[in-house]
Design a protein around this ligand. Structure first.
Ligand SMILES: C[S@@+](CC[C@H](N)C(=O)[O-])C[C@H]1O[C@@H](n2cnc3c(N)ncnc32)[C@H](O)[C@@H]1O
Length: 183
């Protein structure tokens, strides 16, 4: 955790629809079990590629990213009315306790500081959901960050369990892992 932060100069690559090969919109929405009433946190939202998927279903989405330049990119692209962009570190989220029904993080877990895990547990309401999808260290490394910067599903699940989440799905795929949990 806490490996290098994604280079804003490569932001265009995050908008490539071929990324759905690794996590589709349908898969993300299914894992998050989103409803129209849900308040959602997207941690490490980048250019809003997956935030837009969530915004199409949820009531409110907080798009949190460490780099203001990512939020600027997203604004230039066009931020949906139900999305609020927030420049903040996932380790110190500017949200109240139990603020959201669902937290989602795509392809970012390996960049997050350890302090992000208890912060996620603090802002997701009891009974709320968490979905984390990221590149797995059990993959080939052909795409995505170097293998030595990645984690595997069990390690991520262990850190989230320690923070107060109960695991529902812990899956390792070809190049990515998916963990879903309940607070
Ligand atoms: C690889 S990009 C993924 C972006 C987006 N989730 C997606 O899948 O398109 C990782 C993003 O996480 C952000 N990030 C890294 N560390 C962070 C932190 N500590 N707090 C919030 N965002 C962070 C980076 O600025 C970057 O925009």
């Amino acid at each position: 955790m806490g490996f290098h932060t994604y280079d804003v100069a490569r932001a265009d690559e995050l908008e490539d629809s071929s990324r759905y090969e690794y996590c589709s919109a349908e898969e993300l929405l299914g894992a998050a079990a989103l409803s129209a009433q849900d308040r959602v946190l997207d941690v490490g939202s980048g250019t809003g590629f997956y935030t837009d998927v969530l915004a199409g279903v949820a009531d409110r989405v907080y798009a949190v990213d460490l780099q203001p330049a990512m939020a600027a990119y997203y604004r230039d692209k066009g931020v949906p009315a139900e999305v609020a962009t927030v420049a903040a570190d996932a380790g110190t989220l500017p949200l109240r306790d139990d603020a959201v029904d669902v937290a989602v993080s795509t392809m970012t877990y390996h960049e997050l500081p350890p302090a992000a895990m208890p912060e996620l547990a603090r802002v997701v309401r009891p009974g709320g959901r968490l979905v984390v999808v990221d590149w797995t260290s059990a993959g080939t490394g052909g795409e995505g960050p170097p293998l030595e910067e990645r984690f595997d599903a069990r390690t991520a699940a262990g850190a989230l369990d320690e923070a107060g989440f109960t695991m529902r799905r812990v899956e390792s795929r070809r190049e990515t892992f998916l963990v879903s949990a309940t607070r």
